[in-house]
Design a protein around this ligand. Sequence first.
Ligand code: ATP
Ligand code: MG
Ligand code: MG
Ligand code: MG
Length: 413
Amino acid sequence: MKQSNLFAYTTKEVSSDATALSHQLLLKGAYVKQIASGIYSYLPLGLRVIRNIEAIVREELEAIGATEMLMPALQPKELWDESGRWAAYGDELMRLTDRNDREFALGPTHEEIITYIVRNVLNSYKKLPLTLFQIQTKYRDEMRPRFGLMRGREFIMKDAYSFSSTDEQLDKIYLDMKAAYINIFTRCGLLFRPVEALTGEIGGSESIEFMALSEIGEDTIVYSTESDFAANSEVADLAVGEPSPDGIGTIAHAKGIEVGQIFKLGTKYSESMKAQFLDQNGRNQPLIMGCYGIGISRVMMAAIEQNHDDKGVVWPKEIAPFSVHIVPVDIKNETQKDIAEQMYISLTESGITTLLDDRDERLGVKLSDADLIGSPIRIVVGRDAAEGIVELKLRNASEAMQNTIEDAKKFVF
Ligand code: ATP
Ligand code: MG
Ligand code: MG
Ligand code: MG
């Protein structure tokens, strides 16, 4: 993309509640624009990151046999009455009424809808197991929206639901999901830890939360210094220095951002909503369910929080809005302009997302914008370009390198 076509800007106007540096960078770099408390527009740069995270999620979930669909955000009260959650959910549920006085919720999650969709259809053990997922906007009237995309009232979630005929089938899907989540968060460049979790109002028997490690995290992870034991403090009320529950090491604490959670739901929804299948002996049984969420927009925020310096975001390579940023020193110099454009065309044609700074701006402005945009590789095309030399700098390195144009290309490919 040519930068003159990109709707990006830098602003120093950052609201006073943006206390975390990641939140400031999110606003300063025009990744998003706040519309109201906990409600954001994704601007072109932010949307590119979201799309990259979504692509990773799709790839990893399809690899374990899950299939994508899309459910509505507007959900009729009647289905929430069936599960009992219209009364139980509380003030976080956004409720509204249509012109005929029918009541609806703006979906905070989709157990009721998916159960309604599969009941009477997934009606035989022969059709099981099956896992479906969607990437959809969710609504929760959070008491304290904060840290930008971290806790929004409208946010993007991937939610998946599995249906099985036996506990063994559920166990296998749960483990496959755990492995897929580990791949997803690793590819998104996060430092994270799976921890034992409470099941909360969603219900179920077993659950793991995936915590991105961060000082601004709202959850406390209780872990052993020497074993794999790790749990949300809501599950394990253990103080620093106590022995651990498994007898290995002592307890330490860390702060975490919950970027995903997986649940063995069991039959909570299939029983209340009567979603049954015929087992091998011809008996009716409730479907055994699992549900699996990832906060797509929260992952973006956690990635910024873990990967930035004082100049901007240092994007992990798979989710960067652009992989390569080409910056000609002087766009009015025909040689520099031609060389920059040729590199731009050949990188773009090879499928490498490339941003070409074709603006007539001072070099200092262009370089500080490039730092804010945070592409993993920056190529500055200057005076030496006529002799076939450009300057290549990795966003996470302090020094730039002088390269021949051919070497720079080889480096990028
Ligand atoms: P939290 O404990 O932070 O309130 P949750 O446990 O209520 O999150 P889940 O119901 O498990 O959230 O939803 C799945 C995922 O959606 C979470 O792991 C999180 O990454 C994301 N998520 C939940 N609430 C929000 C929100 N308000 N804004 C952005 N992402 C969210
Ligand atoms: Mg919550
Ligand atoms: Mg939680
Ligand atoms: Mg959760």
